[in-house]
Design a protein around this ligand. Structure first.
Ligand code: PRT
Ligand code: ZN
Length: 214
């Protein structure tokens, strides 16, 4: 029997819930903050702790067999992987936002404008599909400060509560994509017996959670 490798986020918003869902599946493993790899003692599985950005390509290329990562990261990477199950956490929306004082009401008003983002691929697809010719400024973090500094006219970023937009004098303008954490696998492993077993266990954890408060 092949020992599978599952890649999860090492630290960040998805780490805790990813570990929790695997533990709730009955998997036993050590979870030290410093370890990059952990062996499950009661299932043929190893857990790799990685930056979330690396997970889609690792799974696509077979370096990891499975992964837990945000849909936004998979789409941005353009990774060709198999989606097995939405996991119900890490929910957010990728939005275009403008300054609270802005009078932009139509997408066409973004023509010729600059939009700052860390998600240029998703944004470019959206702008193309909507015939908007805007300049994309690729920034690796803190895109919210762009408009205030005169770096960009709008931003495209992840929003969950909306608090960050508000405290930077911005307001949501267009919702582009909803995202949540998903379980993915390498395309050749969709029907692998251990992968199916893991998916079933995860689905029953999710079902139990959904009925808990009914
Ligand atoms: O270190 P590593 O590269 O692994 O982590 P990271 O810093 O790239 O990612 P991390 O941990 O911040 O987020 C991991 C994933 O969580 C994202 O790819 C999303 O799928 C999901 N997620 C859910 C979010 C948010 N909610 C979120 N609110 N990711 C980021 N944010 C940020 C957003 O960028 C903005 O700065 O939170 C701010 C907005 O939050 P609100 O609540 O003020 O709207
Ligand atoms: Zn990241």
């Amino acid at each position: 029997m092949k020992t599978l490798k599952i890649a999860i986020q090492k630290s960040g918003r998805l780490n805790e819930k990813s570990v929790e869902i695997l533990k709730n599946c009955g998997l036993t493993f050590e979870n030290y903050k410093s370890s990059l790899i952990s062996t499950v003692t009661n299932f043929p599985l190893e857990i790799l702790f990685l930056r979330d950005d690396d997970i889609p390509e690792y799974v696509q290329d077979g370096i990891a067999d499975l992964g837990i990562v945000g849909e936004n990261v998979i789409v941005e990477a353009g990774a060709d992987v198999c989606y097995l199950q939405k996991l119900g956490f890490g929910k957010c929306t990728l939005k275009i936002a403008v300054q609270s004082t802005s009078n932009i009401t139509e997408l066409a008003q973004l023509n010729g404008k600059a939009i700052a983002t860390s998600y240029p691929v998703i944004l470019e697809k959206y702008l193309k599909a909507n015939n908007v010719d805007a300049q994309i400024r690729n920034i690796s973090g803190s895109v919210e400060i762009g408009p205030g500094l005169g770096l960009s006219d709008a931003i495209f970023d992840i929003v969950s509560t909306g608090g960050t937009l508000k405290s930077n004098g911005l307001k949501p303008f267009k919702d582009v994509m909803n995202s949540e954490a998903v379980l993915i696998c390498n395309k050749e492993l969709e029907f692998n017996a251990e992968v199916r077993e893991l998916v079933q266990r995860i689905q029953s954890v999710l079902r139990a959670k959904a009925t808990k408060y009914v």
